[in-house]
Write a protein that binds this ligand. Structure first.
Ligand SMILES: [Zn+2]
Ligand SMILES: [Zn+2]
Length: 683
């Protein structure tokens, strides 16, 4: 290395193939060694005079929060060749340093060369928005919507501007659109709630805040507002948000008669668990069934009480024990040890947990829940936990439709059934929840399981057709990780801290149409655009998962970062490391009090804004006032989830757009693995 640097700008240049230089520059960029990366790119430029390298250099400067240098590189590049995309990027860089004049100049230039350049059109809208020219802002947003109607960020930009212009009627309309496309977009729910409040529509405001709590159960603002508004409601909470009630027994289609499934191993699944997979504390619950049910002591096996079809059982947590009450409020038993509740037909006869808006566990507030198998009630400190004891294959009937859209192509559903089964068996063996006394939780921590109310014929078929099939690598169970949407590029497990190097979890585009490894400039265009990918599947896979935009105000960024890390007022954010897929693996936050580096996938996603980011696949643009103070941070993002293993949206695309079968899908996402049948099927 020493020799290398002595010779750097001299002899060695001639020996090195330029492609090597470019690859080294790219590697240094991924590793966050920006100085070295810039040196390599410079050397490459000296050799080749290829103006496109200036674009990569500009993106490295942008990445390091040096927008002036980035502008220099891009201006040099356009002096060689005028390119609409580069001009638009210049517009954005000037916009972000608060120079509206220059920004407008470049956006206009880009627009004049290419009037379908959506980046320039959006830029024009934002420039006019800054100068409070409402009409022109909306004009350009409308042009933007015409050329990029498939982008979920469009409605958000409209809403963002209408809120800023205090045109609340219009803002409301667009916020509702945003939420229709992406109900989890809390940043849209909060302003919508505020607008309802301004209008004096307390019921609707309450509803919005309450729905925020669905996604982030302890959201500070929503928690506070719900309490404040509650006294002003003109309707009962149950009327504003009628809970989902199960009125009739679930009848399963004859082709998917549960008794056709062979007996499989029993799983213990914690239901109503929190995001970390722990029991939420339940303090009161009402159960019923369309069958006769009995209560047994878990240890004694003794039958303590029987209930007829439709009779209610009330379980209350009182004095560290479980009190069982009958329908009419008579105390029947008190237990200090776990009890089992079982219907007389555990496979088909289900147990229903009644929705009640006063339940301490939010999971049981708005919808009845229905489970096959047995229910175990476990007394804990401060409440009780609920475990559903259910056969593996029966459990999958409630997982596949919760993890994948049942309307999606059948081959994608079958691929999902195989990997959901694999994940369940792997957890059974590895026991992440062994200490807590169950195999899996029902939250995203393990895999989402919603019981009988989610079961659909399509997903039942996927489970039946793949009965017993799991994914294996060299005779061992495979790590069949999956995620909602990769944003167009699968991430290698070896590049993400704590995941380890797995031979079949490698980085590759979620497409056979483009090359591996996007240069810094290519990535910038790619993440802001709508590139070809299996998971870019308009009309089937949600657009707001494939590409998203989030603009977070400085105060909202500060709030969480300062509370969690004590960084003070935020001064800069720098992406340090990226995977070849573009996913951010390490990020530095520089504040007035101190700086922190975050390098864990889920913590990076959780660090910014009120709700978490959908993924680590994003580019950051820091928007400042002309005096250098941060106004807000723009996240141009793609995908939902960790991007490792199978992309669910991609599986839908492979099946629906390319007619691939589930084996081909699994082979694409887990190359080198094979499908094996579990023993209970073989015999
Ligand atoms: Zn779990
Ligand atoms: Zn994908």
């Amino acid at each position: 290395m020493v020799l290398f640097f002595i010779c750097f700008f001299g002899i060695l240049n001639n020996y090195l193939f330029s492609t090597d230089l470019k690859e080294m520059a790219y590697q240094s960029y991924l590793n966050g060694d920006f100085e070295r990366s810039l040196e390599y790119y410079k050397a490459f430029y000296e050799n080749n005079k290829d103006y496109r390298v200036l674009l990569d250099m500009a993106m490295i400067y942008k990445n390091s929060d040096n927008y002036k240098k980035a502008i220099e590189c891009l201006e040099k590049s356009v002096s060689i060749k005028e390119d609409s995309e580069v001009l638009a990027e210049l517009g954005w860089l000037y916009f972000h340093i608060g120079d509206n004049e220059k920004s407008k100049f470049y956006f206009e230039k880009a627009f004049n060369i290419e009037n379908k350049n959506y980046s320039a059109v959006m830029g024009m809208a934002m420039v006019y928005s800054q100068t409070k020219d409402i009409i022109k802002t909306i004009d350009y947003l409308n042009i933007y919507k015409n050329i990029r109607g498939d982008y979920a960020g469009v409605d958000y930009l409209f809403a963002w501007n209408y809120v800023n212009f205090q045109m609340y009627d219009k803002a409301k309309e667009y916020l509702i659109n945003v939420l229709r496309k992406d109900p989890s977009f809390i940043e849209a729910r909060l302003p919508l709630a505020q607008i309802y409040l301004k209008e004096g529509d307390y019921n609707q405001a309450w509803n919005q805040y309450y729905r925020v709590l669905d996604y982030v159960p302890d959201h500070p603002i929503a928690t506070k507002m719900v309490k404040i508004i509650e006294g002003k409601l003109t309707k009962q909470p149950e009327e504003i948000r009628p809970p989902f009630k199960i009125l009739n027994p679930t009848v399963i289609s004859e082709s998917y008669d549960i008794n056709r499934l062979k007996k499989s191993i029993k799983l213990r699944v914690a239901v109503g668990a929190d995001d970390a997979g722990n029991h939420r504390k339940n303090r009161s619950l009402t159960l019923r069934s369309f069958n006769n049910i009995n209560i047994y002591g878990k240890e004694t096996g003794k039958n303590y009480a029987s209930f007829k079809t439709g009779e209610m059982i009330k379980i209350k947590y009182e004095k560290d024990s479980l009190s069982i009450y009958s329908d009419n409020g008579v105390l029947l038993n008190i237990f200090s040890k776990p009890i089992i509740i079982k219907s007389d037909d555990p496979r088909n006869g289900t147990i229903i947990i009644e929705a009640d808006s006063k339940n301490s566990n939010p999971y049981f507030r708005y919808s009845d829940r229905e489970y096959r198998g047995e229910i175990e009630i476990v007394p804990l400190k401060g409440g009780f936990g609920i475990i559903n004891i259910v056969e593996l294959e029966v459990y999958l009937l409630g997982v596949v439709p919760a993890e994948m859209e049942p309307k999606w192509p059948m081959e994608a559903l079958k691929a999902q059934a195989v990997i959901a089964r694999t994940e369940a068996v792997r957890r059974l063996k590895e026991g992440p929840h062994k200490k807590e006394g169950y195999h899996l939780c029902d939250s995203q921590h393990c895999q989402v399981y919603k019981g009988v109310i989610y079961e659909k014929n399509s997903t039942n078929k996927a489970v039946f057709d793949t009965e017993g099939e799991v994914l294996a690598y060299k005779d061992r169970l495979a790590y069949s990780f999956y995620h909602s949407n990769c944003g167009g590029y699968i991430q290698s497990s070896s590049e993400v801290k704590g995941w380890g190097d797995v031979p079949y979890l490698k980085s590759h585009p979620d497409s056979d149409k483009y090359k591996e490894g996007l240069s810094p400039w290519e990535f910038n265009i790619w993440i802001k655009g709508m590139p070809e990918a299996y998971c870019n599947y308009p009309g089937v896979v949600s657009d707001s998962e494939f590409r998203w935009l989030k603009i977070i105000k400085r105060a909202d960024i500060n709030f969480k970062l300062d509370k969690r890390y004590g960084v003070g007022d935020i001064k800069s954010i720098i992406v340090l490391k990226r995977s070849r897929s573009g996913n951010v693996n390490s990020i530095k936050i520089i504040g007035t009090k101190k700086s922190v580096v975050i390098d864990k996938e889920h913590i990076i996603r959780n660090a910014f804004g009120l709700n978490s980011l959908k993924s680590t696949l994003f580019n950051i643009e820091i928007n400042r006032f002309s005096d250098g103070k941060i106004r807000n941070i723009w996240f141009y993002g793609g995908g939902w989830g960790h991007s490792i293993g199978m992309c669910q949206g991609g599986a839908a695309g492979m099946a629906g757009k390319e007619n691939k079968n589930y084996k081909q899908i699994l082979n694409f996402y887990f190359p080198g693995t094979k499908i094996k049948k579990l023993k209970y099927i073989k015999k």
